[in-house]
Design a protein around this ligand. Structure first.
Ligand SMILES: *[C@@H]1O[C@H](CO)[C@@H](O)[C@H](O)[C@H]1NC(C)=O
Ligand SMILES: *[C@@H]1O[C@H](CO)[C@@H](O)[C@H](O)[C@H]1NC(C)=O
Ligand SMILES: *[C@@H]1O[C@H](CO)[C@@H](O)[C@H](O)[C@H]1NC(C)=O
Ligand SMILES: *[C@@H]1O[C@H](CO)[C@@H](O)[C@H](O)[C@H]1NC(C)=O
Ligand SMILES: *[C@@H]1O[C@H](CO)[C@@H](O)[C@H](O)[C@H]1NC(C)=O
Ligand SMILES: *[C@@H]1O[C@H](CO)[C@@H](O)[C@H](O)[C@H]1NC(C)=O
Length: 447
């Protein structure tokens, strides 16, 4: 079902990427692993349940009381402090995406109490009763430079009269909520729009005239999804791989900044169309005579169109493609008791990216590199945000069992659904915004 042979010709291209992780082409030489991949892909078919359920939005108003006292006192350990590097020393070349997490007694700039906006209750870990707080006291430190702590005032001033959009799935929503929480320490945003299902939303920071949108478009291409509100599907997803979803492309001319991303939704069972005709499927029913093209074919083809569009857009600001972010389910997957109980970051040596995450990221990076090559000097202001390795080392940053409110109050041994994919707020995903501010404020980008 997974089209193994089609990727082997790219092994030389991939080696150039200097990925730390074993490249996928190496895997192809190993028959045992191929079987493993197939087994994982079968598992992945049932992912649709999970992603739909997390994709649903159940708004919960977090009370606004302006109290920013730290909820929990920081651990007594003092960091190996990078702030000794004077901020005015300009480091010419610095890859902001390569570094490590170091202890930070300051902790997050907001708390579960101070974020006065709609935060998905499933990511409100502290309110939900997550008992450990050590995961809040780490900050991202690029190897070759210091990264200033996110300054919400600076961001708001810089973005006066600007328009931002976060386009993608529930991880995009997680990310936009992180940014809104950070900015709300200075000014509370007002929700000015939502679509009928509360999936796409827009907020305004009135005194700075900054607009921030979250656009729900999990596939980025035109998709017909036949699922009821419980995530039970009555038919496979129909995807038009060569037609971009107008939900976001229509908005594009009005944007100054956008962060586009996708990923896991492509693992779903789906029927693929190109040029208005049926070309194949993924997870095809046994009785079907369609060609199983594999989700990597669909993702690759869709991203080719997405990247071509984004690279040609002539925005005044900047357009980013964010690579998909690895999950940290251990001892199983989401549906069979997988969990994530770590309470500290791990080193890159201790963790390996899962095969599915590698396949998605490989497609993303190779499509981005292709469009850079093809466009050359013609390339618009289009950049890659590759946080995959940064977040790979944070298995401690997920809600786990604390995606629900006080899950063990009634029964210490209750069996609950864990979330090892989305991120607690506050949590590690906040540091993406430190990196992004550094890029937009100082024009600094990796490599
Ligand atoms: C923040 O978390 C604390 C501790 O769990 C809780 O008592 C408080 O109600 C939470 N605040 C909000 C606004 O959820
Ligand atoms: C807000 O910003 C937009 C541009 O994004 C501009 O057209 C508009 O005039 C601004 N409004 C105010 C009140 O400054
Ligand atoms: C924002 O827009 C308003 C109204 O168009 C204008 O007066 C103001 O100078 C703009 N500010 C910036 C920083 O562009
Ligand atoms: C798309 O289909 C039309 C008619 O069905 C055909 O003329 C055209 O060549 C096709 N284009 C591509 C790119 O396959
Ligand atoms: C699949 O089979 C149906 C009849 O069972 C036929 O009409 C159709 O053309 C076939 N499709 C392909 C792609 O072979
Ligand atoms: C992805 O598309 C490119 C063309 O843009 C092609 O060269 C490559 O073989 C495709 N890779 C996969 C995994 O389908």
């Amino acid at each position: 079902m997974y089209q193994i042979s089609s990727t082997s010709s790219h092994s030389s291209e991939r080696k150039k990427m200097k990925l730390k992780w074993e490249s996928i082409s190496t895997l192809h030489q190993n028959v045992f692993l191929i079987k493993l991949v197939s087994a994982i892909l079968i598992t992945a078919l049932s992912f649709r349940f999970f992603f739909f359920r997390f994709g649903q939005f159940s708004p919960v108003q977090v009370s606004v009381n302006g109290n920013s006292d730290p909820l929990i006192s920081p651990p007594s350990v003092i960091s190996d402090n990078d702030d000794l590097i004077p901020a005015d020393i300009v480091v010419e070349k610095c890859d902001l995406f390569t570094g490590k997490w170091i202890k930070d007694p300051l902790g997050p700039i907001y708390t579960n109490d101070s974020c006065g906006i709609v935060v998905d209750a499933h990511q409100n870990c502290i309110t939900n009763g997550r008992p450990d707080s050590g995961f809040l006291y780490w900050k991202w430190k690029p190897n070759d430079c210091s990264l200033p702590r996110f300054d919400p005032q600076k961001f708001l001033q810089l973005m006066r009269n600007k328009s931002w959009a976060f386009i993608g799935d529930s991880i995009s929503r997680n990310h936009v909520e992180s940014l809104l929480c950070m900015l709300s320490t200075v000014e509370k945003p007002v929700e000015v729009y939502h679509d009928e299902n509360y999936r796409s939303k827009r907020w305004l920071f009135r005194s700075h005239n900054l607009t921030v949108s979250n656009i729900w478009s999990p596939f980025l291409v035109e998709a017909a999804i036949f699922e009821d509100s419980n995530g039970v599907s009555s038919a496979a997803v129909q995807l038009h791989l060569d037609r971009l979803d107008k939900t976001w492309t229509d908005l594009f001319p009005s944007l100054d900044y956008a962060i586009i991303s996708s990923g896991e939704w492509f693992l779903k069972t789906a029927v693929y169309h190109e040029n208005a005709s049926l070309v194949g499927c993924h997870g095809c029913p046994e009785s079907s005579n369609m060609t199983d093209l594999g989700f990597d074919y669909a993702y690759n083809t869709s991203l080719r169109h997405v990247m071509n569009f984004a690279a040609r857009s002539n925005t005044k600001g900047m357009i980013f493609f964010r690579t998909s972010i690895p999950d940290h389910f251990e001892n199983g997957e989401w549906h069979n008791g997988g969990n994530c109980k770590k309470s500290e970051p791990v080193s890159e040596e201790e963790v390996e990216m899962k095969v599915l995450n590698k396949i998605l990221r490989d497609v993303e990076i190779s499509q981005f590199e292709r469009v850079v090559m093809e466009m050359g000097q013609e390339m618009g202001n289009f950049k890659l945000l590759d946080f995959a390795r940064m977040l790979l080392t944070r298995p401690d940053g997920h809600p786990g069992a604390y995606r629900e409110f006080r899950p063990f109050d009634k029964d210490k041994n209750a069996k609950v659904q864990n979330d090892c994919l989305h991120w607690c707020l506050p949590g590690p995903i906040d540091y993406l915004n430190d990196v992004i501010l550094e890029i937009v404020a100082n024009g600094r980008i990796g490599k």
